[in-house]
Design a binder for this molecule. Structure first.
Ligand SMILES: O=P(O)(O)OC[C@H]1O[C@@H](O)[C@H](O)[C@@H]1O
Length: 156
């Protein structure tokens, strides 16, 4: 599974500190930036990470910002993306199993170096459930994207 990584300046150091972990675990990652602690805007990075996932070159993405919140808000603006802030292991796997989350967002100022590896492991190992209610709900999320986009178009 190929993983798209991204961070803003607040998440940069945690992201980089995890590169040996990804290598040790045999996970193939692409880092879509940022590449230093110089301030950047998380929406710009979110677009790059999410494009990798949306276009299918990467199965899932992981984003790091200060709280994870900004990254999640930005990612959830992008059709086909379901992003969640995960700071506990249960949410990190259940968000995939139930909600087919494809971008996990982590607050680098919130979690420590041990927990973050467990979060990533839980997120990457999880698979979307084949049970009908979960599929139906995710389909409804997709329909919502279309419905609101159509409304905007019709206004224009
Ligand atoms: O470095 P500053 O701009 O203070 O804070 C940026 C962080 O604040 C939140 O929007 C995000 O979590 C982002 O990482």
């Amino acid at each position: 599974m190929k993983i798209a990584l991204g961070s803003d300046h607040c998440g940069y150091e945690l992201k980089v500190s995890l590169l040996p972990y990804f290598e040790r675990m045999g996970y193939e990652v692409s880092d879509f930036g940022c590449h230093s602690t110089e301030p950047v805007d998380f929406p710009d990075i979110a677009q790059q990470v999410c494009d990798g996932v949306r276009k299918g070159s990467h199965k899932r993405g992981i984003m790091f910002c200060g709280t994870g919140v900004g990254a999640a808000i930005a990612a959830n603006k992008i059709p086909g993306i379901r992003a969640a802030v995960c700071h506990d292991v249960h949410s990190a796997h259940q968000c995939v199993e139930h909600d087919d989350v494809n971008i996990m967002c982590i607050g680098a100022k919130i979690v420590g170096p041990w927990l973050v590896e467990d979060l990533i492991q839980a997120f990457i190992s999880a698979t979307f459930s084949s049970e009908k209610p979960f599929r139906r709900r995710v389909k409804k999320l997709h329909e919502m994207e279309i419905q609101y986009a159509m409304e905007l178009m019709n206004k224009g």
